[in-house]
Design a protein around this ligand. Structure first.
Ligand code: ATP
Length: 222
């Protein structure tokens, strides 16, 4: 009998949460680069139902999920994960990581965050427990201070200093480390896209055409 294929057992899994209101190339390209760099099995895109740290999204969860599905349809390394939409209630990342750890007990889990999100991580529900379930990989984002740690919130700076790791540690351990990673810089935001659509300006080349077509069809953000 042939031995089971365990070749992907220890490949890390990327976890990428967001409101995706709407999803754009600033969400897609940096994560593909991180997926390749860390030899991840996949990146799971997890739309938030009720993001606890910001205003309620303008667009329904169903349509935000549909936009994510269209945006990642042609990339086999990207997977839509609906667990926060199905769970209901506030979308606390620590709960999401707990359930992912049950689903993937053998694999390093990597929570992928933009620098702006990481700078506010000390406001997240049970934030110090996040590393019990996953690593945190922070990617640079235009207009965020990647280099000057003296400008970071003190709690976040200490959190990073106590847990920072080089790239190798991410693949060797299941969780517990923080790594800062440079990625291609795309100064795109969902806020800017919503404003352009409101002002009847083009959003072409900021996001996939399939997502733009759905936005037009559903008359979103006008
Ligand atoms: P909004 O403008 O509505 O705040 P957003 O474009 O920042 O939205 P979110 O869904 O809030 O998108 O962000 C989800 C994650 O994507 C966060 O970790 C954020 O840092 C990251 N992110 C968003 N845009 C970019 C970008 N252009 N480059 C790198 N990371 C990004």
């Amino acid at each position: 009998m042939a031995a089971p294929d365990n070749s992907s057992t220890l490949m890390p899994i990327g976890i990428y949460g967001g409101t995706f209101d709407p999803i754009h190339y600033g969400h897609l390209r940096p994560n593909l680069e991180l997926c390749e760099r860390f030899n991840m099995r996949e990146v799971r895109f997890i739309p938030a139902l009720l993001p606890p740290h910001r205003d309620r999204p303008a667009t329904s969860a169903r349509l935000r999920q549909q936009m994510v599905a269209l945006a990642i349809a042609s990339e086999p390394l990207f997977v839509l994960d609906k667990r926060e939409l199905q769970r209901g209630g506030p979308s606390y990342m620590v709960d999401t990581l707990k359930s992912l750890r049950l689903d993937f007990p053998q694999q390093p889990l990597c929570l992928l965050l933009g620098m702006d999100a990481f700078m506010g991580i000390n406001q997240w529900y049970h934030w110090q427990e996040l590393l019990d379930y996953a690593h945190i990989i922070v990617s640079q984002r235009p207009d965020t201070d990647f280099e000057h740690q003296q400008n970071w919130p003190e709690e976040v700076r200490q959190f990073y200093q106590s847990n920072k790791a080089d790239t190798g540690a991410i693949n060797a351990l299941l969780c517990g480390k923080i790594s800062l990673q440079a990625v291609t810089q795309l100064a795109i935001s969902a806020t800017d896209i919503r404003n352009r659509l409101k002002n009847n300006q083009s959003v072409r080349y900021l996001m996939p055409d399939s997502v733009i077509n759905l936005i037009k069809y559903e008359k979103l953000y006008i």
